[in-house]
Write a protein that binds this ligand. Structure first.
Ligand SMILES: Cc1cc2nc3c(=O)[nH]c(=O)nc-3n(C[C@H](O)[C@H](O)[C@H](O)COP(=O)(O)O)c2cc1C
Length: 352
């Protein structure tokens, strides 16, 4: 089996479990993926939601929870690799990156915007870092910025395509074009890989490229590797596992989902996102939900102008209140039919 080498860090299986915000991927899921040879990723987005002082001391609760979950996942990992996903759009993004690196995260992956200062934030630590990009243009801009500012480049790159769950780096129109096969995202993947390979020559180092979005089985993994990728990032498939940190009702919503009730929504983050169509989505389409408390999660959120508070909606969902919460999911979630284990999912992904 092909290992994934990120500098001196080696994952036995070239599968990264994608970070899933607000409590869906914490230490239980990430530790299990790492123990099974992949790279387990904890999302730092409102990670402290179940800390006792979350509502009154949000920032500190999140920092404490980052340390706690990274350490706990590393303990479960049996020598495997554990990392974090930090959304660049978070107000406390820089602090989350620094806290995770200090706690011993092997890798740090940043999406939802371009992490222009990421090399500086991990300076002097052992953490390897990667941006999440959805176009060749984005990776080129970032590489040029990092070169000029730091004379540094990425340790690896994650390409997230239009079939992914959560926030998407595309307009709703672009997503529709890709899904109707009017445009083929494989062409963009190949262009991004070519750009990364040129960067490898410049810096004389291997920069693994990881493909994400809609990877469901070993056929998809094989296809990504044939396009020239070094590994895959998979998220939705890990939700309906025993080890996933979300409430059982969240996992059941995935099992009950069909292709028809997965839709693109407009998120308060300012980007389109993919989620399950449920009572909550129907309600906010009719009228906005008043924001009762602002947790200060996003750098650019305007509480008076948004249709609902995304933190509140995601917390309700992860705790199992599916009718009143926002359930992010990837485009292939309708194909999930049962609860399995991380080991089973890993084996299915690599069965070729
Ligand atoms: C429930 C859920 C939450 C997610 N939260 C985040 C997040 O907080 N930050 C992020 O960069 N990506 C997030 N993602 C995207 C995943 O990390 C991953 O790249 C993507 O979903 C891969 O596609 P797949 O779900 O079809 O495997 C989320 C995805 C899901 C399904």
């Amino acid at each position: 089996m092909k290992e994934l080498h990120i500098g001196d860090k080696i994952a036995k299986v070239p599968v990264i479990q994608g970070g899933m915000g607000v409590g869906v991927s914490l230490s239980s899921l990430a530790g299990a993926v790492a123990a099974n040879g992949g790279i387990g990723i904890i999302s730092t987005a409102q990670i402290g939601y179940d800390e006792p002082d979350f509502k009154t001391n949000t920032k500190e609760a999140n920092k404490r929870a980052i340390e706690k979950h990274v350490k706990k996942a590393l303990e479960q990992a049996n020598g495997g690799l554990v990392g974090v996903n930090v959304m660049t759009a978070l107000k406390d993004y820089a602090e989350h990156v620094r806290t995770a690196a200090k706690a011993g995260a092997d890798v740090i992956i940043c999406g939802a915007g371009l992490p222009t200062d990421l090399p500086e934030l991990v300076e002097g630590t052992d953490s390897k870092f990667a941006p999440i990009v959805s176009s060749e243009k984005a990776v080129s801009i970032l590489f040029k910025m990092w070169e000029k500012k730091y004379n540094k480049t990425a340790d690896f790159v994650v390409i997230e395509g239009p079939k992914a769950g959560g926030h998407l780096g595309f307009s709703a129109d672009q997503v529709a074009k890709f899904l109707s096969d009017e445009e083929n995202f494989d062409d963009e993947i190949v262009k991004i890989i070519k750009r990364v390979r040129a960067q490898e020559k410049k810096y004389d180092k291997h920069i693994p490229v990881i493909v994400a979005g809609g990877i469901f089985d070993s056929k998809d993994v094989k296809h990504a590797l044939e396009l020239g990728a070094d590994g895959v990032q998979v998220a939705s498939r890990f939700v309906a596992t025993r080890e996933c940190d979300a409430d059982i009702r969240y996992k059941q919503a995935y099992i009950d989902a069909t292709k028809e009730n997965i839709q693109i929504i407009k998120s308060p983050v300012g980007m389109p996102g993919r989620a399950l169509r449920n009572k909550f989505i129907e309600k906010v389409e009719q009228s906005a939900c008043k924001v009762e408390k602002c947790y200060g999660c996003l750098a650019k959120c305007k509480p008076a102008e948004i249709p609902y508070c995304i933190t509140d909606a995601l917390i309700k969902a992860v705790k199992g209140d599916i009718d009143n919460g926002l359930v992010f999911c990837g485009s292939n979630t309708g194909r999930i039919t049962q609860i399995s284990t991380v080991k089973q999912v890993m084996e299915e992904l690599m069965a070729f």
